[in-house]
Design a protein around this ligand. Structure first.
Ligand code: SF4
Length: 164
């Protein structure tokens, strides 16, 4: 989804967004029922934990106190291809709730994207109405909207407050 701004070769070298520590385990991607069923057929060895209306992968803690996504192949990257969760497709953009509004922010932990100029990061959200697609997906899957976290610069807010 971000092919214009983020090369898959850069992601393949990094993989930081697929490994979690105890502080960012809340960032684990949300998986809807339909996608869960699809993934289960391909990878019956994966297990899931209910979260809100959706699911997250059950991750086991590795020796280094990190949690590795079960879909991560350490050599080739994500095994899911086009079936990866929407959260992963838009990473490091995040949709969050801030002061009663949904906003799109960026995770500063992504070294490649965070180094890009603001004009490029905001421009990508306007290209092909990516921001609109993110808000529309969140209308159907509100579980992907995360509470605002300090340190995530906000790039775009939706026009109307959802509490009005
Ligand atoms: S589903 Fe794929 S892209 Fe998403 S965290 Fe897991 S390995 Fe990474």
């Amino acid at each position: 989804m971000l092919k214009n701004i983020l090369k898959s070769s850069e992601c393949a070298k990094c993989k930081i967004c697929c490994i979690f520590d105890k502080y960012d385990i809340w960032e684990t991607p949300i998986i809807d029922e339909e996608l869960k069923n699809k993934i289960e057929k391909r990878f019956p060895e994966f297990s899931f934990v209910k979260k809100g209306e959706g699911w997250i992968f059950r991750m086991t803690e590795a020796e280094d106190e990190l949690f590795y996504c079960p879909a991560l192949d350490k050599n080739t990257g994500c095994k899911l291809g086009e079936d990866k969760p929407f959260d992963c497709k838009i990473w490091p953009y995040r949709i969050m709730e801030f002061g009663g509004k949904r906003v799109i922010s960026i995770a500063s932990i992504c070294p490649t994207m965070y180094g890009k100029p603001l004009s490029e990061l905001c421009g990508e959200l306007e290209r092909d109405d990516l921001a609109g697609k993110i808000f529309s997906f969140a209308d159907l899957h509100p579980d992907i909207v995360k509470p605002y976290e300090e340190g995530y610069p906000i790039l775009k807010a939706e026009k109307e407050s959802r509490r009005d």
